[in-house]
Design a protein around this ligand. Structure first.
Ligand code: UT7
Length: 329
């Protein structure tokens, strides 16, 4: 039997309507549009504010758009993976909630918790099911409602994060396209620098943990910044080397959107032409697992069949890696 490739046959992003601008944040914490813009590149982020709605509802809107756009019936989907760190509940998982809400009845699903690298980890996991021949229509979601775990009195984190995400459909193809190769790494010692302290088994939520704001994101930005640059650059080089590719062979670089200065450092360390680096951080900020599918969705119209695209991410864990894809349509 000839090799099967997991081809991306559609993508759909979703961001909520409510926009939080730098000017809004100036009224909430001691910060300025100038500081946020020059240190992060972010101008606005979107916030999901609908009574009784959560991460699964943002995912649902992306999935419904994806099904419509690709002409896929919900019952045809046989696997759904959801990369998120802000699932509706600690358990059950959000993937199965999305399936229930979308009428996806013939699939199994599970969540992948790898923070900002979650979408890439999930994409490769989903691709393995397609490549093995066991599954034919796999939805991979990357989505986060970061506003649910952000302290809007902490200027070091509230200026960075936003809500949103997207979904892709993976289908088998005999033609070489889709997910070609991935390099992933992890370093659990990085948990000291980026975490949410309470709400897990180490520190179940208590009145004190809430008073100490341990149910919010904590980040020691500088070490994360350095590790993000070296992790993304290193894994990009590994993918290029083992696929015998040079920077010139790559049509687009899609980096996780955490900080414009990180994106610029990665681009310049690799001598990557600026016009080939995909950026939308100014609009959405850092949507954690949502950044990469949102980039795919925003720039889908510019991709051509056969384009070689590198997706790279770094996030809490630490988790990081790079995936090479060839655009299928
Ligand atoms: O997506 C997951 C992975 N996450 C990342 O990749 C994020 C990596 N880190 C970063 O993007 C950056 O470290 C931050 C954007 C979080 C912070 O930028 P920075 O240039 O590293 O700033 P810093 O933490 O070194 O702080 C510099 C100064 C400090 O003041 P002093 O000590 O020099 O007086 C901060 O208190 O800037 C101050 N500061 C602010 N000032 C105005 C920190 N946040 C703000 C703010 N507005 N919002």
């Amino acid at each position: 039997m000839s090799k099967l490739f997991a081809s991306i046959t559609g993508v759909q992003g979703y961001v909520p309507d409510t926009v939080l601008t730098n000017q809004d944040l100036e009224k909430m914490v001691e910060t300025s549009d100038e500081w946020i813009t020059s240190r992060t590149g972010i101008k606005t982020r979107h916030i999901f504010k609908e009574e009784g709605k959560a991460t699964s509802d943002m995912a649902l809107r992306a999935v419904e758009g994806l099904l419509a756009k690709t002409g896929t019936k919900p019952e045809e989907v046989d696997l759904l993976l959801c990369a998120t760190i802000t699932g509706d509940m600690v358990f059950p998982d959000t993937a199965n909630t999305v399936c229930d809400k979308a009428g996806i009845k013939n699939a199994f699903g599970f969540d992948i918790n790898a923070a900002c690298s979650g979408f890439l980890y999930a994409l490769t996991t989903g691709a393995k099911f397609v490549e093995s021949g066991s599954h034919k229509k796999v939805i991979v979601i990357g989505v986060d409602m970061m506003s649910s775990i952000i302290d809007y009195t902490d200027r070091t984190t509230c200026i960075i994060f936003g809500d949103g995400g997207g979904a892709v459909l993976l289908e088998p193809s005999a033609e070489r396209c889709g997910i070609i190769d991935s390099v992933f790494h992890g370093d659990g010692s990085g948990r000291a620098y980026l975490n949410m302290k309470s709400g897990g088994s180490l520190s179940p939520t208590t009145k004190e943990s809430v008073e100490n704001k341990e149910h919010f994101v904590f980040q020691d930005g500088r070490p994360v910044f350095k590790a993000a640059v070296s992790g993304m650059v290193g894994s990009i080089k590994e993918v290029l080397d083992r696929n015998e590719l040079a920077i010139d062979d790559i049509d687009w670089l899609i980096p996780h959107q955490a900080n414009m200065r990180i994106i610029n450092s990665v681009g310049s360390m690799l001598d990557f032409p600026e016009e080939k680096v995909i950026v939308n951080i100014q609009k959405y900020g850092n949507t954690t697992a949502g950044t990469l599918p949102l980039c795919l969705s925003d720039f889908e119209h510019q991709f051509k069949k056969g384009d070689k695209i590198l997706l790279t991410a770094f996030g809490g864990g630490f988790t990081w890696g790079t995936t090479l894809i060839e655009w299928a349509y």
